[in-house]
Ligand binder design. Structure first.
Ligand code: ZN
Length: 375
């Protein structure tokens, strides 16, 4: 590609995403004896530093900028209860803000506006892919969305960004079938719950078994009734690394999405399965995020006209998220920024990075539940 020519990959980022204020909890604990106030895990740094690396690498100027706009109340109400939206708006006007719904997901003054802009960023990315103005897109939004359920936020998520985007595009573009692949290390419980009865949305979550939420995401859950088979949960044991994720992708994720034949693939893209994350016990390096993205670009080309959008979720290592994210955006755009991951070699060499037998058994269990008819 010629320098300065915009690629067909869209990019969403807005300064206000960095202004979402999660306060001074130590991780997510505040107000407990002996706990010195510090920074919330879901602080701005991992995202702003990702945006900075995309900028200084020279990659951003080769992407197609997509301006986010705030999701309207109508957009939010396609997914959420009015009581939830109203409560967030009301608390958002308070000087010290409020909480998204579970007591450990704070937001500051004006938090509603940032949350609506995050959901709106996901909408605009998905819409740009749907109308063909870009081939694929990455929405670097904050706060994240995949834990939010219809009636509440939770797990640092205010609104269900991906679901809000799907419903907006269903309303405006007539696309119906979506495959949501959630590789955030935590179970994508919100998206799964919102679409549990919808046979036209496949939710595939690959996550650390019983990390968060502790009571959802079991490998045995795969949908019921008319939506039977539309839920796939690859609940990997702690300690899983590059080999386990690549095997899960090859044996479960790619075949299940191919068989589903979606109109678009959307990734709930978290980086908290990385080797450096404080909220999990997994070991991914950027090369696996790159490889998973490459395989989805290829799959989208084969099954849904290349339509692929990603919406940023978790990832709490300010040091490492930028390099994992750069790898993903390079793979989406096909552009090599020339900047190498300086941590890859050390962490990819850790013992246990290859697929372990107990991890393989989980993957085979889930594969055995899939409906892989390609008729
Ligand atoms: Zn997460």
């Amino acid at each position: 590609m010629t320098a300065g020519t915009a690629s067909r990959t869209g990019w969403v980022w807005h300064e206000l995403y960095g202004w979402h204020d999660t306060g001074r909890a130590a991780g997510y604990v505040l107000g407990a004896p002996g706990v010195q106030p510090f920074a919330h895990f879901e602080s701005a740094e991992s995202k702003t530093r990702f945006a900075s690396l995309v900028e200084v690498s020279g990659l951003r100027e080769q992407l197609t900028e997509i301006r986010p706009r705030a999701a309207s109340v109508e957009d939010l109400l396609r997914v959420h209860d009015a009581a939830h939206v109203d409560r967030i708006r009301e608390e958002s006007r308070r000087q010290h803000g409020g909480d998204m719904g579970d007591g450990s997901s704070p937001f500051g003054w004006n938090g509603y506006e940032v949350g609506a802009l995050a959901a709106g960023g996901a909408i605009e990315a998905v819409r740009a892919v749907a109308d063909g103005s870009v081939d694929n897109a990455y929405a670097l939004v904050r706060p994240p969305g995949h834990h939010a359920v219809r009636e509440s936020g939770m797990g640092f998520c205010m609104f269900a960004n991906v679901a809000v985007a799907i419903e907006a595009v269903r309303a405006s573009h007539g696309l119906e079938r979506f495959a949501v692949i959630d590789w955030d290390v935590h179970h994508g419980n919100g998206t799964e719950a919102i679409y549990a009865d919808d046979p036209d949305v496949l939710t595939v979550s690959i996550h650390q078994d019983r990390n968060y939420p502790i009571d959802t995401g079991d490998a045995g859950v795969h949908g019921a009734g008319a939506a039977a088979g539309s839920i796939v949960n690859v609940a990997l044991p702690p300690g899983s690394g590059n080999g386990a994720y690549r095997a899960a992708f090859e044996r479960v994720v790619l075949p299940s999405v191919a068989a589903f034949k979606p109109d678009m693939i959307i990734v709930a893209c978290g980086y908290d399965a990385s080797a450096a994350d404080p909220l999990s016990a997994m070991m991914l390096t950027s090369s696996t995020y790159r490889e998973m993205t490459r395989s989805l670009v290829e799959l989208a080309g084969a099954v849904c006209g290349g339509r692929l959008a990603m919406s940023h979720e978790g990832g709490y290592s300010p040091v490492y998220v930028p390099f994992c994210g750069l790898a993903v955006v390079e793979a989406l755009s096909g552009i090599d920024s020339g900047i190498a991951d300086p941590y890859e070699a050390d962490w990819a060499a850790w013992a246990g990075q290859e697929l372990q037998p107990h991890q393989g058994r989980v993957i085979e269990l889930v594969r055995g539940q899939l409906s892989l008819s390609t008729e």
